[in-house]
Each structure stands twice: as structure tokens, then as C-alpha cells.
Design a binder for this molecule. Structure first.
Ligand code: CAO
Length: 425
């Protein structure tokens, strides 16, 4: 039995943040019923399309294992169906702009009145306060959550990262909140409100930078940042640290053999104190093992440019995979800069189901990222995303117990859009 089998999720999410949350719950076995506007659906179905008239990879890769019902939540019949869904499901998840669900008539108070056991979970850009009413997308959250000001090269513009820490990161946070509330419901018998703001989620992931802000204010210059060794003065806020490691063990991205032609021919290299002697041997600097200017972490801090320069002289003679092969047996922590092309073809990621090939009736085969969290007794099977309204009748009948005549009336009202001709699998 899947861990969340029997849990029904009323999925009102769209774009990326909410769908990543409900996709995780679906992978663990929850029945996720995605409610979409008739004829329109989640906006991402049509965004960044690579094949005309076919659901985009943006949509298919964020909505695996779900069922889709077309439903107009602003129509009277649609509202009645929604009420029945609220009464039937365990969790409502949404990431509308602030106030949208209230305008539709489904405030937390109303939902709680309809079904006191229901957990209502929301993602918004900001928590209560000055910016509570603002719409937010990924990069806005990265900027407002402290990630952008601390990412990039010193003296250059702030940078956003490709990792979707605002959207997918907050989706993860929300999933954790939902599962916690489900656990609490076991004893309380009551549902509760779960909220995760994207700014808060990003800040949570930038925790070490708030650590550094306080160290800067209380103890002065951040000695492990490269700029310390370069004698560049610190300001009063945590600076951008380039590719410096965020922890106490200095690390950098270094060129490897072939870097002139391959933009990803680099390795991350950490000068972990415990294996310093091994590093000296590998790079051909055995004298640094006992030289007081290099032998201890503190002695090396003002000399990091020289140290990493010497390491890079060595890494440039090896491919990034050779660096791995040589350093790992010596316990030196290194990691190749892998391109998406390399990751998509990585056999070990395929073997664990982290990279999966999925078949889709109108798109054909494509690659996706499977469930990154593995449960020994509840393995995830990645099923394709639903076509728009693919399960409307099935949900009306099997989940909500409408009769065939009632379904015909609902269809005639226009609340659930046009019947769908199923694409051949
Ligand atoms: N039936 C009827 N109406 C529906 C519906 C349905 N099934 N599904 C959506 N709608 C309506 C909403 O009720 C809303 O109507 P009103 O504004 O008239 O009340 C309207 O569609 C648009 O919803 P929206 O405001 O959420 O969508 P948007 O495209 O304007 O904004 C976004 C998108 C993401 C900026 C906004 O939803 C948001 O800020 N969400 C919270 C933060 C978040 O999750 N951001 C991450 C997005 S991923 O990068």
C-alpha cells in the first residue's frame, strides 16, 4: 500500500509552486484531483510548447500521477460540485493570487464549515504584512527571500539561480506542512490551515546567509569568503560570494581539461581540512603539508587564491571525471559540473528512478524527474500527466456519486466544459 493511499487532494494549483507540492503527494499515493478552468486549464499547458497543440513539458513534468476535472468554480453548478468535492476530499491545495479563492466563495471559514476535517493549504508570495497582496513568481521570491543578493560574483549584479527554490522549494515546504497536518488530524480529528510563503521558503533555504549577516555584525570580516584573502573590505550586508563554499571548508569551481571548448568542463573542489595532506600529495605540493603558512585552515585563509590556483593547475590536466576518480579514493570531496545533457543520460539516476522516461498519448516519450524521496515500502511509479478534463466524468461519477442523468445535466449547464474524446494510449 502506498503511504498516502486513501487521501484525496482537491488540487486547485497552477503554474509551478503548487503543482510540485501535489505531485509529491500523488507520488506517495494520494488521489490528486486537479481542478482546471473549462477549455483553458493550467496556463502552463500552453507555455513554452515544443510540439504544437500538445501539453508542454512544463505542464507534463509538474503534474504526473494526477487526475484532471474541468470545472468552472465561478458558475452556480460548478460551485455546487466544488462544495461536494470539499466535503469529500481531505486536503485542498491552492496557489491562486491572494484573495482569488475567497472571491470564488471558498474562504477558509467556509471550507472549514463545509468539512471540519479538511486541511486547506496555500502558497502565496509573501506572508501577512506589507506585501501580502502581491502576485509573485519564482525570481521575485528569490530576490525577496535573500537568495539573489547573496548569489553572483562580488561587485557584479545580483543573480538568480536555475534551481527553482521559490516555486519547487516552497512546494516542498507546503507538502511537509500538509503531511504534518494530516498526522495531527489523526489525534485532533480536525483539519487546519497550512500556509507557506515563497519569501519564507527561500529565506529558510538561505539560512546560512542570515547566519553570516550576524557574524559580520558581531565578529567582523567573514574570513572564509575569498574577498577576505583579497583584502577587499566588507560592507554592512552579506556580500555575493561567487562560488565560495557556504560552509567552513573552503571550496571553489575550478577548470578541468577541455574547459576551453566545453562550458561544463569544471569541477567543484573542497579543501576539507581533514584531508589536506592528501590534497597536497595529489596536486604535487608535498611541502605544503608541514609549511606553517599552509598546514592549517587558518593559515590558508589569506592564501586561498594561491591554494586554489595550484589545485587548478592540477585539475586542468584532468577531465572532471578523472578528478572524481582520483580524489574520491583519497576522501577528497569533489564534484563534476554536470550538464543537463549528462544528467539526462546518467545511468545511475535512471536506475534509481530519479530520471524516468514517461510515455504520453499525444506527446510520445519524454524524460522527467521522478520522486527524489525514496520510501522503502511505498515506491513511486511515475504516471503521465492527465489531459485537460480527462477524468471529469470519472470523478463526477466515482468520487462524487452523481448519476448519469445528473452528469448529463451538469454537462448541459456548461460548468464542466465539453466532453472529451480520449486520445489513444
Ligand atoms: N474556475 C473559475 N475561475 C478560476 C478557475 C476555475 N477552475 N481557476 C482559476 N480561476 C480564476 C481565479 O479565481 C482568478 O480569478 P479572479 O482574479 O477573478 O478572482 C483567475 O482565474 C486568475 O487566478 P490568479 O490570479 O491566481 O492567476 P494569475 O495568472 O493572474 O496569477 C500567479 C498567477 C502565479 C502570479 C498568482 O496566482 C500568484 O501570485 N500565486 C501565489 C504565488 C505563487 O504560487 N506563485 C508561483 C507561481 S509559479 O512561478
Amino acid at each position: 500500500m502506498k503511504a498516502l493511499e486513501g487521501i484525496k487532494i482537491l488540487d486547485f494549483t497552477h503554474v509551478q509552486s503548487g503543482p510540485t507540492c501535489t505531485q509529491l503527494l500523488a507520488w506517495f499515493g494520494a488521489d490528486v484531483i486537479k481542478v482546471e478552468r473549462p477549455g483553458v486549464g493550467d496556463a502552463t499547458r500552453g507555455q513554452l510548447r515544443d510540439i504544437p497543440d500538445v501539453d508542454s513539458l512544463y505542464f507534463t513534468m509538474l503534474n504526473h500521477n494526477k487526475r484532471s476535472i474541468e470545472l468552472n468554480g465561478k458558475d452556480e453548478t460548478g460551485k455546487e460540485i466544488l462544495e461536494r468535492l470539499v466535503k469529500t476530499c481531505d486536503v485542498l491545495v491552492e496557489n491562486f493570487a491572494p484573495g482569488a479563492l475567497d472571491r470564488m466563495g471558498f474562504s477558509w471559514e467556509r471550507v472549514h464549515e463545509l468539512n471540519p476535517r479538511m486541511i486547506m493549504a496555500s502558497i502565496k508570495g509573501f506572508g501577512p504584512g506589507t506585501y501580502a497582496d502581491c502576485k509573485v513568481y519564482e525570481n521575485i521570491a528569490q530576490c525577496a527571500g535573500g537568495a539573489a543578493s547573496t548569489t553572483g560574483m562580488l561587485g557584479e549584479v545580483p543573480l538568480v539561480t536555475g534551481a527553482q527554490i521559490g516555486d519547487s522549494g516552497t512546494g516542498l515546504h507546503l507538502a511537509f506542512g500538509i503531511v504534518t497536518a494530516l498526522f495531527h488530524r489523526e489525534t485532533s480529528g480536525q483539519g487546519q490551515r497550512v500556509t507557506a510563503a515563497m519569501q519564507d521558503g527561500v529565506l529558510n533555504l538561505c539560512r546560512v546567509k542570515l547566519r553570516d549577516q550576524q557574524r559580520l555584525e558581531t565578529a567582523g570580516p567573514l574570513t572564509e569568503y575569498s574577498q577576505f584573502g583579497e583584502d577587499i573590505p566588507f560592507g554592512d550586508a552579506v556580500p555575493r560570494a561567487g562560488n565560495d563554499s557556504g560552509g567552513g571548508q573552503p571550496g571553489r569551481i575550478l577548470k578541468c581539461k577541455g574547459w576551453e571548448d566545453d562550458p561544463d568542463s569544471y569541477t567543484y573542489f573542497i579543501t576539507q581540512a581533514a584531508v589536506w595532506k592528501n590534497i597536497c600529495d595529489v596536486i604535487g605540493k608535498p611541502k605544503w603539508k608541514d609549511d606553517e603558512d599552509y598546514a592549517t585552515p587558518n593559515a590558508r585563509l589569506p592564501r586561498l587564491n594561491e591554494v586554489f590556483g595550484a589545485i587548478e593547475d592540477w585539475t586542468m590536466t584532468k577531465t572532471k571525471f578523472e578528478v572524481m576518480d582520483i580524489c574520491n579514493p583519497m576522501n577528497i570531496p569533489v564534484g563534476p559540473i554536470l550538464s543537463m545533457k549528462e544528467i539526462m543520460r546518467d545511468q545511475s539516476l535512471r536506475d534509481t528512478g530519479t530520471v524516468v522516461e514517461v510515455d504520453h498519448p499525444t506527446r510520445g516519450k519524454y524524460y522527467s524527474v521522478g520522486n527524489p524521496v525514496k520510501l522503502s515500502d511505498s515506491p513511486s511509479e511515475v504516471l503521465r500527466s492527465p489531459l485537460l478534463g480527462e477524468h471529469t466524468d470519472e470523478i463526477l461519477k466515482d468520487v462524487l456519486n452523481y448519476s448519469d442523468d445528473e452528469i448529463a445535466e451538469i454537462r448541459a449547464s456548461g460548468a464542466v466544459g465539453e466532453p472529451k474524446i480520449q486520445a489513444a494510449e
